[in-house]
Ligand binder design. Structure first.
Ligand code: ATP
Length: 246
């Protein structure tokens, strides 16, 4: 992993509805070309962190009230989401938000709105190469796809956007164990073969640390522990509270 940080979040404070202090001075980094895992229990603030990075807090009555988010050397926390996406930061939201009334291929087309039109053909071939299921079902309405297939579609749509930084919010949520393995394998390939830097939010700490280079553990709006995946997997507290070993 390259030592250069593509993303640096520094002492970030986020408030919802002017009252609820949800991020309380959170700092983390994502190394260029690496996979970084952000782990923590329900309600710790993981999704909030991703939405702050991609500029989507305003739509939920949230705001950054202190700290900075630096992408590729420049602060982005005052930019609107459409500018941030054009810089190459793309978020796959929790819960596979696909357009249910549109075909699989039209959903993929939506991922390419910030790309030159001529690129779609090669982009879509690449996605079908990763996810042959999507190719078989490309004319089907996305709403009729299974949960796992919709998750694949959400990731495929992000790939069409050719992001530099991909933010993934709980890609394993609600998937059967075999499919979790498949999705994580594909995330690893996207990172390795396409050179996409990844920040991965997960409750499945074991699966996440299995592919990540480094991890950050958050509790109650702050980072409480960070290290390489090997360090975290070997840490007795992590084993007890996040890996279910004791
Ligand atoms: P989960 O894994 O359950 O999604 P998380 O770590 O991603 O948890 P967040 O979704 O970031 O946690 O939520 C952190 C806290 O912020 C929670 O207490 C939540 O209730 C609160 N919160 C999240 N979104 C909003 C919102 N739009 N308005 C007010 N409070 C919110």
């Amino acid at each position: 992993i390259d030592a250069v940080d593509l993303l640096a979040v520094e002492n970030l404070e986020v408030v919802y509805n002017d009252v609820a202090l949800t991020l309380k001075g959170l700092s983390l980094r994502a190394g260029q070309g690496g996979i970084t895992a952000l782990l923590g229990a329900n309600g710790a603030g993981k999704s909030t962190t991703l939405k702050a990075i991609s500029g989507l807090l305003a739509g939920e009555d949230g705001a950054v009230t202190d700290g900075r988010i630096v992408f590729d050397g420049a602060p982005i926390n005052h930019l609107p989401p459409e500018r941030i996406v054009r810089l190459g930061v793309f978020q796959v939201m929790e819960g596979r938000r696909v357009f249910e009334d549109m075909s699989v291929e039209d959903n993929l087309r939506c991922g390419g709105v910030t790309r030159p039109a001529g690129e779609f053909k090669t982009g879509v071939e690449r996605v079908y190469d990763y996810f042959p299921r999507l190719k078989e079902r490309r004319q089907q309405l996305a709403g009729y796809m299974s949960g796992g297939e919709q998750q694949m579609l959400a990731i495929g749509r992000a790939l069409i956007a050719k992001p530099r930084l991909l933010l993934l919010d709980e890609p394993s949520l609600g998937l059967a164990p075999l499919l979790v393995e498949e999705i994580f394998d594909i995330i690893r390939r996207i990172n390795r073969d396409d050179g996409v830097t990844i920040l991965l939010v997960e409750q499945n700490a074991r699966a996440a640390l299995g592919i990540a280079d480094v991890g950050f553990i958050m509790e109650n709006g702050r980072i409480v522990l960070d290290g390489t995946s090997a360090e975290l997997l070997g840490n007795p507290d992590v084993q007890e509270f996040y890996l279910g070993l004791s």
